[in-house]
Design a protein around this ligand. Structure first.
Ligand SMILES: Cc1ncc(COP(=O)(O)O)c(C=O)c1O
Length: 394
């Protein structure tokens, strides 16, 4: 089909701008036709062809949509990749990543993972003939030993959800590539504000866009960003065939969320440090898992590859009773699943995010009835602490 003028074809990658400016100005930023400063929401399922054999470059929104494209281009700019793809959820994004594997191939994953990712590989891909294994990726020797002749993908979260283990992105990339495998990093916790895995050797970055990218707990979304154009076809086919592309309204909300990503991440980072210190000194808290503590085993590694620690903390209380008390009695802090929004959330992994992970695996990691995950929001940190204190003492 012949293409006519596409006003959205060319955009500036803004390589001369700093990250804080890139988040605000996106790819095109303004609408090139009307000049609208807020990029339009193209709430259209299909696009008119002016003549036989003539297209504007947009045909049908399952394939491409200018609003989704603006988000995808923005994410490619921020993660320093060649192309990005926006999905209806982080799970849909991960599904498309694992769908790259063929029957008989092996995928190696870190042993601590978001429960939904564990469910995808166990209940769908393993059942369909993909070999799956897990290893603690903090130690590179473990990764080397776990590589098999048919390993085609290595998948890392760093820091992990919920145990906050750190993996060496550069080191694992070398091992994966020597084995001829793709290296995928889930960058949900750090976001490109703190960590850009594609610049450290990863081939694919995946995100739950629901979290910090959106930032306001009002959209479920996922992102994939790739470093090599050779991967582009796979993800285009996935979006085109599965129809799992993010809708225009939700794409716009994520574009808007990203505009304040830098401001929010700075505040999450500051607040989490204060809350983590307070937790560590609380008599009812047995252990705090936070990558910003100098005595965290992954502290140095995290600092070598990320410019901050993020807003996530996990901790173990002295008893199940204390955990129940905390979850039942918080007032400003919200007892809810998810993370990365402006509001501080407390989550109970054993019955929420990691419900489907087998109990022996959960217990070996340290996820028990007294274990809580907190996503520290951007409120006044003293209000967060006061609320947690009153809930623990109720
Ligand atoms: C690290 C991580 N990756 C992926 C996902 C899945 O994302 P979504 O809930 O948007 O499908 C989550 C969700 O909590 C997550 O925490």
């Amino acid at each position: 089909m012949e293409k006519v003028e596409n006003y959205y074809a060319d955009y500036d990658k803004k390589e001369n701008l700093s990250f804080d400016s890139k988040v605000v100005h996106g790819a095109l930023g303004c609408d090139p036709i009307s000049g609208a400063v807020s990029f339009p929401i193209f709430q259209s399922a299909t696009f008119r062809h002016r003549d036989f054999g003539v297209s504007t470059g947009y045909d049908y929104s399952r394939l491409q949509n200018p609003t989704r494209q603006e988000l995808e281009r923005t994410m490619a700019i921020l993660e320093e990749g060649v192309e990005a793809f926006a999905f209806t959820s982080g799970q849909a994004a991960s599904m498309s990543v694992f769908d790259y594997l063929k029957r008989g191939e092996h995928c190696l994953l870190c042993d601590d993972l978001y429960g939904g990712t564990h469910r995808i590989v166990e209940d769908i891909f393993k059942v369909n003939g993909i070999e799956i294994s897990y290893v603690d990726m903090f130690d590179l020797e473990n990764v080397k030993k776990a590589i098999q002749p048919n390993t085609k993908m290595v998948f890392l979260e760093t820091p992990t959800n919920p145990m906050m283990k750190v993996g060496d992105i550069k080191g694992i990339a070398k091992i994966a590539h020597a084995a001829g495998a793709l290296f995928v990093v889930d960058n949900t916790f750090m976001t490109p504000y703190f960590q850009r895995p594609l610049t450290l050797g990863a081939d694919i970055v995946v995100h739950s866009g629901t979290k910090y990218l959106c930032g306001h707990n009002d959209v479920v979304a996922g992102m994939v960003v790739i470093k090599d154009e050779a991967l582009s076809h796979h993800f285009h086919i996935q979006l085109k065939s599965l129809g799992s592309g993010l809708g225009p309204m939700d794409s716009w909300l994520i574009i808007r969320g990203i505009k304040t990503l830098s401001l929010r991440m700075k505040k999450h980072n500051e607040n989490a440090k204060i809350v983590a210190e307070w937790l560590r000194n609380h008599p009812k808290v047995k252990k705090v898992y936070y990558v910003g503590f100098e005595d965290h085993p992954g502290y140095e590694m995290n600092l070598s590859q990320a410019s901050g620690f993020g807003g996530m903390i996990s901790f173990e209380l002295d008893s199940e009773e204390s955990a129940r008390k905390l979850l039942s009695n918080v007032k400003m802090v919200l007892f809810a699943e998810s993370l990365g929004g402006t509001e501080t959330l407390v989550t109970y992994p054993i019955t929420q995010t990691h419900e489907d992970v087998p109990d022996d695996i959960r217990r070996a990691l340290g996820i028990n009835e007294a274990f809580i995950r907190i996503s520290v929001g951007i409120e006044d940190p003293q209000d967060i602490i006061d609320d947690l204190e009153q809930a623990l003492n109720s």
